[in-house]
Design a protein around this ligand. Structure first.
Ligand code: NAI
Length: 356
């Protein structure tokens, strides 16, 4: 294991609260090159997936793991999980270099942290990979159901987005009744599909778009009355639910939105921080992505805490209460939803004595 003398000076290391620990991991035999970043354990052991990605260089990998691990602190804190934020990245193309030996080596590094960091799946890693990592450490979640994992997290992620939409509707229109409201769901993959089911069940008029015709065929065959469009972001909808890629809210797209509410599962929806101000100027209510899409994390945390599926689902429904609190603060204190959410996280961390 080595450490880098440059890490302490990086703005992504010392912004708001500094990372507690960054570990550079090398296993010559299997070819593993990984970085584990523990941002904060103030609220509990740090949890965050292992991203396996062909980073162009180590500096890019370090930036990513520092940014992602900080994001996990916020996501776990706002969901009230009693967990901190961490993340790991494995450098390389998983299609070329992923082997059981390499994953086991990663598992040994995770294990060496004695539970300060718990890993799970992310881009480039699967539940099966977590089973392999789990041969070398018990500090791993999101394994296959055969190995005690809790399975696909999309249904609970969609449930959290749905309850966030209900809370936002109540804040904007004074009622969470979605009948007669048109919702545009962008991306009908694992999460979007379940969200369409919940929205149609609640009487909303739903429009969808996707670049994958098979995903759209599934929607057409299962849901009567759902309209398929080329794009929903600039369609005449009341609510825009991004459930595909991030950064769809940008300088070019925000002026064309007709939605009054933006709330979806996609990570990092704002192309840059200034976008929230543009949304505010247009009177559009945005539910921060890491608040709305916390259902998947709640499910994984439930594995660690050994809660039942029903208990996890109840925690996911409570995301709606958090959204009510955030949007209540935005109105009372005339601040953005992003700032209100950050304030809540920082209050929770200060209460835990993190010095934030
Ligand atoms: P997915 O890969 O199953 O579905 C994404 C869908 O978006 C696919 O059907 C894809 O064809 C479609 N798509 C891609 N580009 C598009 C475009 N330009 N326009 C319209 N559709 C497009 O992914 P999943 O699991 O449903 O996740 C959706 C989003 O939610 C992702 O951003 C993911 O990071 C985020 N998320 C997912 C969680 C989960 O539990 N699955 C948890 C938290 C966040």
């Amino acid at each position: 294991m080595q450490t880098s003398s440059h890490v302490f000076d990086r703005p992504d290391f010392s912004d708001d609260v500094s990372h507690e620990q960054v570990i550079f991991c090398r296993d010559e035999r299997s070819g593993l090159k990984a970085i584990i970043a523990i941002h904060s354990t103030a609220l509990g052991p740090s949890l965050g997936g292992t991203r396996f990605y062909p980073y162009p260089d180590e500096s890019t990998a370090l930036t990513d793991v520092l940014r992602l691990s900080r994001g996990m602190t916020y996501k776990a804190a706002i969901a009230g999980l009693g967990l901190g934020g961490g993340k790991s990245v494995i450098i390389g193309d998983p299609k070329r270099i992923k082997t059981p030996e390499l994953l086991e080596a990663h598992g040994r590094f995770v294990d060496s942290l004695g539970g300060r960091y718990i890993t799970a799946g992310d881009v480039g890693t699967t539940s099966e990979d977590m089973d392999i990592i789990g041969r070398c450490t018990r500090h791993v979640a999101a394994r296959t159901t055969a190995h005690g994992g809790s399975g696909d997290s999309a249904p609970l992620t969609a449930l959290g987005v749905f309850h966030s939409i209900l809370a936002a509707a109540e804040s904007v229109w004074g009622s969470s009744d979605l009948s007669g409201r048109r919702v545009g769901v962008e991306g009908t993959g694992k999460v979007g599909y379940h969200l369409v089911r919940l929205l149609t069940g609640a009487g909303a008029d739903v429009s969808v778009c996707d670049v994958d015709s098979a995903a759209l065929d599934r929607i057409r065959s299962e849901f009567d009355g759902v309209t398929v469009l080329d794009r929903v972001i600039d369609a005449p909808v009341d609510i825009y639910a991004p459930c595909a890629l991030g950064a769809t809210l940008n300088d070019a797209s925000v002026p064309d939105l007709s939605a009054r509410i933006v709330c979806g599962a996609a990570n990092n929806q704002l192309a840059h921080d200034g976008i929230e101000q543009l949304l505010n100027n247009r009177g559009i209510t945005w539910v921060p992505d890491y608040v709305a899409n916390g259902g998947g994390l709640i499910q994984v945390a439930g594995e660690i805490r050994r809660v039942t599926r029903e208990q996890a689902a109840a925690q996911v429904v409570a995301i709606g209460d958090t959204v009510r609190e955030i949007l209540g603060r935005t109105r009372q204190l005339n601040m953005s939803a992003g700032q209100a959410a950050r304030d809540i996280v920082q209050e929770r961390m200060r209460a835990a004595g993190s010095g934030m």
